[in-house]
Unconditional design. Structure first.
Length: 532
């Protein structure tokens, strides 16, 4: 199998990685699928999709993610949220992983993180699995082929699932390890086949680097109005809250589905593809995403399929509820060709409330927006992380705590400054439960969520009558076109209003207790906005 284009002065041997078997540089999709099939890594599905399973790891392993404690980052890392690894542990890990790799074939992709060239980083991804190379080729941005001749990586990521770490020797927590060394500009991933670790490592890098340049990194999807990039909306939210689904609006242009920056010129996607959950994927509600599951090169993770017809089962979660598909952005017909947008006009904070307390939409003041951004309330949905089998209420600051190497206030202050400068309107949208908590109520109807978002983005919802929420003090519309009024008042959706009040009081107390950690670091108006 012929290797692809590469900078002749920037090969693996020049990075101290030698003794490997065959090394394949920058293979394109057909060659990567051919290699993955030859290696027995998966199955060719309908339309040329590639079907894989990831073994016991079907979600991220946040507890196994470490940052190396070098002098350059020791005072800027949020250590309460990021596990430390000593430089000596990393050096031993690196040496042992390189030794383990010798004699084996590896696949290399030279890619870019960030659509705005002013703030982009070059990433060299070295993978043991050919399908991981296909995955990251979708998820990061692909340089023009001629640009590969002079490509020089800013950071190198090595992913070796067959390598098992030694916690005592490598200063980590288990045999699975994700280790970021900012001084050596290297990330090592071992002991897990879950492909999401690859893309989230790049996100973590950008989350550390960009704030120093005044750029706000965001765990969000984004879109803009047709023929009007100035009318940009961003959708914050953890996995499972609807970032991908709600941003893929056929009436708007998709900038990206998961990771973006907000710079002095506007919004830009970090990625070149999408990584969408497929459980219960509806061809009518989400036709564009559904269609990607039978397109050439789409990576289908952990889905059950018919062994004869290769039909995918979108309801069978026997492997995991975190079944996914990864595909290039251009597979969505209304995707932006530039992955660039303007300064956000609307900021949507998505939450999946398993308590059934929050309304389907609420308008936030700038102080309330910072409060809810720092709180990051949602429910972890089944399968997103190991051990999560049903929704669990959680507070994930900045709607992405596992990927935040700096303290939350760094990101919160950046967001607040940019909202003030550019006048964005902020909304809190609940895609979780209504009519009761998880197990009693039902999920918020997606048609209602879409109708409310449409009204928010076109400006008509701002003209509605609003009531003050008795629990959180934000503004809630009392009526909206295409949405049952009862849905806008969660207390009315419960059979027992007293039970709702008790549940609401419980949630308010959880918010208050969680937010105590930020009180020494925030301004008085945000403290006042904490609970209305």
């Amino acid at each position: 199998m012929a290797s692809g284009r590469v900078n002749p002065n920037f090969r693996l041997e020049d990075q101290g990685i030698d003794g490997l078997g065959n090394v394949f540089y920058n293979l394109m999709e057909p060659a990567l699928i051919e290699a993955a099939l030859k290696n027995g890594e998966g199955t060719l599905g309908k339309g040329g999709a590639f079907l894989v399973t990831t073994g016991k790891f079907t979600g991220r392993s946040p507890r196994d993610k470490h940052v190396v404690t070098t002098d350059s980052v020791a005072d800027s890392i949020w250590w309460e949220n990021n596990a430390a690894m000593s430089p000596e542990g990393f050096d031993a890990l690196h040496a042992d992983m390189i030794e383990h790799m010798k004699g084996r074939d590896y696949y290399v992709q030279d890619l870019v993180g960030g659509a705005d060239p002013t703030h982009a980083i070059n990433v060299r991804m070295i993978t043991e699995l050919a399908w991981h190379n296909l995955f990251i080729r979708h998820l990061l941005r692909r340089p023009d082929r001629e640009d590969l001749d002079e490509f020089i990586a800013d950071f190198t990521i090595i992913n070796c699932p067959s390598f098992q770490a030694d916690p005592a020797k490598h200063d980590c927590k288990s045999e699975t390890v994700i280790a970021l060394n900012f001084d050596r500009k290297t990330i090592l991933i071992g002991g897990t086949e879950y492909a999401g670790e690859n893309k989230k490592s790049v996100f973590t890098l950008l989350n550390y680097l960009l704030p120093e340049k005044g750029v706000m990194p965001m765990h969000c999807s984004a879109n803009h109005a047709v023929d009007n990039p100035v009318d940009t909306a961003v959708f914050f939210g953890l996995s499972g809250t609807g970032k991908t689904t709600l941003s893929a609006d056929p009436e708007r242009v998709l900038i990206g589905d998961d990771e973006h920056g907000w710079s002095e010129r506007g919004t830009f996607n970090f990625e070149g593809g999408c990584y969408a959950k497929t459980i219960n994927l509806d061809p009518e509600a989400e036709p564009e995403i559904y269609a990607t599951t039978t397109k050439f090169g789409t990576v289908i993770e952990n889905m059950i399929f018919d062994p004869e017809t290769f039909e995918l089962d979108f309801e069978d979660d026997s492997l995991t509820a975190n079944m996914r598909c990864a595909y290039p952005l251009e597979y969505i017909s209304n995707a932006s060709s530039t992955a660039l947008g303007g300064h956000p006009k609307n900021i949507i904070m998505l939450t999946c409330d398993a308590f059934g307390v929050l309304p389907p939409i609420a308008r936030l003041t700038p102080a309330q927006a910072m409060y809810h951004f720092l709180s990051g309330f949602t429910s972890k949905v089944a399968g997103t992380e190991r051990g999560v089998t049903e929704p669990e209420p959680t507070f994930s600051t900045c709607f992405g705590a596992p990927f935040m190497p700096r303290r939350p206030e760094v990101y919160g202050n950046l967001l607040r400054e940019k909202i003030a400068k550019h006048g964005a309107t902020c909304w809190l949208v609940n895609t979780g439960w209504t009519g009761g908590a998880y197990g009693t109520g039902s999920r918020m109807p997606i048609k209602a969520t879409r109708a409310l978002l449409t009204a928010a983005l076109d400006g008509s919802l701002a003209e509605a009558d609003f009531r003050k929420d008795q629990n959180f003090g934000f503004d809630v519309p009392v009526a909206a076109p295409g949405v049952a009024e009862v849905l806008l008042d969660p207390r009315r959706t419960w059979d027992d209003p007293d039970a709702y009040d008790a549940q609401a009081a419980k949630l308010v107390e959880m918010f208050s207790k969680n937010f105590e950690q930020y009180l020494p670091h925030i301004d008085a108006d945000v403290k006042a906005a904490a609970i209305g």
